[in-house]
Write a protein that binds this ligand. Structure first.
Ligand code: ZN
Length: 579
């Protein structure tokens, strides 16, 4: 270790020590803030291999996310800036949700960088992962932090075990709703566990974000967007997101596509109950959207075509499932942490989904960037030459689209001993993994279906699986503990076991067997839809335990991909206009 680095570390240790003291007087939330466990000097001692950090950040290809405001009026341009400011507040809240010491660490790093510009790599990593934990490496701290990331992130007291939560809820059934709510955090009040609404826990931030949204609503002329901005601002203060989720579904003829609020529950690895805040601000691509919205007319046909018993088919999706293709302007909160999202399906509230359906947003400029920077070069290294030749952006884009469509298909409610429950509640912490695997493989099944109907090009039957397989390898580089990655491993191992994917030991490449892949996909679709339809936790666990790990062949292939960018690191052009 060189001298300069030692001095940087001492400075940082001091800064952290200062922050540690500040933490003892919590005022940001009503959740009790844990005290630092060890003397500050031992929390961040040194970086075992400083060059590693540089290599890690270089795995991300920096891409400037430009945006084309030419279709916006001057008023819309002003409103767009306000929306991005609200999205930046989601960053602040999300930092708090991930880890109790995040904001103090970030402030320390920002101060430190002013004195030691060399520390910028560490700050960049911190901003990319939105905390000190490496999201591509099982959440291992990328700095020498003596603590592990708490399983329940900062949604629960750090000393709370799963059993304590479960025992409390059993003993206090009236509290169950608040405790398992997506929109509360769990703290301790007078030594007892207590559920605290987000609107209280993050009050100052949510008031600030609500004001930006209200100001934007004043300027916006599109009535549906004006309504959503207003009702979402109200939801931040009332903690009731139902109406604004419905209003988001009703957005119509709008040019700025904004979704903002608490949505995904992956960050809560303990129970998958608590939602993380995020925001996606984009500009709608009207031509692409029109083309893709045609697919939503085939939802019932696709459901009918699922290779399962009729009792697992779900035709009560609600009125509509619109699809939008957009170009991203800014992403905030969880959507920005680590791996960049190319597409999403919201809202997650099953009651809203039954009433209104769900909406799919495809981020085309993000997809484009990823395909070129990583999927193509990955495919070249791990696929057989004849499979590589078939890889195409169109096939990849159609697959991601159908992944999103397929989230809205299949079972959502389960009957457990006469009581109606949801798939997510029954499968608990396994639900995200199962749902992601289902959306992928059902996406493949439905792509083939649409190609057979002439909605997608006929050559998709050839190009889809090689493009899909390249995409699988791109996904599992994100770390094998992440829900999407485990879901991907299940597919790769299952399809290989059924000989739909064949490994060539002579060339260390993978090949899709066109004569066997169809049957292999069908069997996996059936397995996943039955797990969800029955809400069978034990069967889900068996599937994940058997297939959710990388094989030696997969690990060997991953080894060849070291020099290819893992993902993109977006830099948002609009941020330079804000400041
Ligand atoms: Zn998904």
């Amino acid at each position: 270790m060189n001298y300069k680095l030692v001095s940087i570390l001492v400075v940082f240790a001091l800064l952290v020590f200062g922050c540690g003291k500040k933490e003892e007087a919590p005022k940001m939330t009503q959740v009790e803030q844990p005290k630092l466990q060890a003397p500050a000097s031992s929390i961040i001692k040194d970086f075992e291999n400083p060059d590693t950090l540089k290599t890690e950040i270089n795995k991300y290809a920096v891409v400037e996310m430009k945006y084309d405001p030419s279709i916006l009026t001057d008023k819309e341009k002003q409103a767009l800036i306000l929306m991005v400011k609200a999205a930046q507040v989601m960053d602040e809240i999300y930092y708090k949700q991930v880890y109790s010491k995040n904001l103090e660490m970030k402030a320390a790093l920002e101060k430190w960088v002013k004195e030691q510009p060399e520390a910028k790599t560490i700050l960049d990593m911190f901003k990319l992962y939105m905390g000190p934990f490496d999201r591509l490496n099982a959440d291992k701290p990328f700095i020498n932090l003596s603590e592990k990331k708490p399983e329940g992130a900062n949604f629960y007291p750090e000393d709370m075990k799963k059993e304590e939560f479960e025992t409390f809820v059993k003993a206090n059934p009236k509290e169950e709703k608040a405790f398992t709510s997506t929109f509360t955090v769990i703290g301790r009040k007078d030594g007892k566990l207590a559920a605290i609404p987000f609107s209280e826990a993050y009050k100052p931030e949510l008031e600030k974000a609500a004001q930006y949204l209200k100001d934007a609503a004043q300027i916006i002329e599109n009535p549906s967007l004006k309504k959503y901005l207003t009702s979402r601002a109200d939801a931040f203060l009332s903690n009731d997101y139902f109406q604004s989720d419905c209003d988001w579904m009703d957005l119509k003829d709008h040019k700025i596509e904004i979704v903002i609020g608490p949505y995904e529950v992956y960050e809560d690895a303990m129970f998958n109950y608590k939602a993380a805040f995020e925001a996606y601000i984009s500009i709608v691509d009207p031509v692409e959207s029109q083309k893709l919205s045609n697919i939503s007319k085939y939802l019932d046909d696709m459901e009918r075509n699922h290779p399962v018993d009729n009792k697992y088919k779900n035709f009560k999706r609600g009125a509509s499932s619109p699809i939008f293709v957009v170009n991203q302007v800014y992403v905030g909160g969880q959507g920005k942490a680590g791996v960049q999202t190319t597409a999403f399906n919201l809202p997650n509230d099953e009651i809203v989904r039954e009433k209104k359906g769900s909406k799919k947003i495809m981020l085309k400029n993000v997809s484009d960037a990823k395909f070129n920077k990583s999927l193509l070069p990955i495919s070249e290294k791990i696929l057989s030459p004849e499979d590589y030749k078939l890889v195409s952006f169109e096939a990849y884009f159609d697959f991601v689209l159908m992944h999103e469509v397929s989230h809205a298909l299949g079972p959502m409610f389960v009957n457990k001993n006469g009581v109606q429950s949801t798939v997510a509640k029954e499968l608990k912490e396994l639900s995200s993994t199962i749902e992601e695997a289902k959306a992928d493989i059902l996406g493949v099944w439905n792509c083939w279906f649409l190609a057979s109907k002439g909605i997608f090009p006929k050559d998709l039957e050839k190009t889809l699986m090689p493009s899909y397989l390249g995409g699988c390898f791109r996904s599992i580089r994100f770390g094998v503990t992440e829900d999407h990655a485990i879901g991907t491993l299940i597919q790769m191992n299952f399809l290989t076991e059924k000989q739909g994917i064949v490994y060539n030991t002579a060339t260390d490449t993978f090949h899709v067997d066109p004569t066997k892949i169809n049957e292999a996909v069908k069997l996996l679709v059936k397995e996943l839809l039955e797990i969800e339809g029955t809400g069978d936790y034990a069967r889900a666990k068996t599937l994940i335990d058997k297939y959710g790990k990388p094989t030696p062949e997969i690990l060997k292939a991953l080894d060849k991909l070291k020099d290819i960018p893992t993902d993109i690191f977006p830099v948002f052009a609009i941020e330079s206009e804000i400041k």
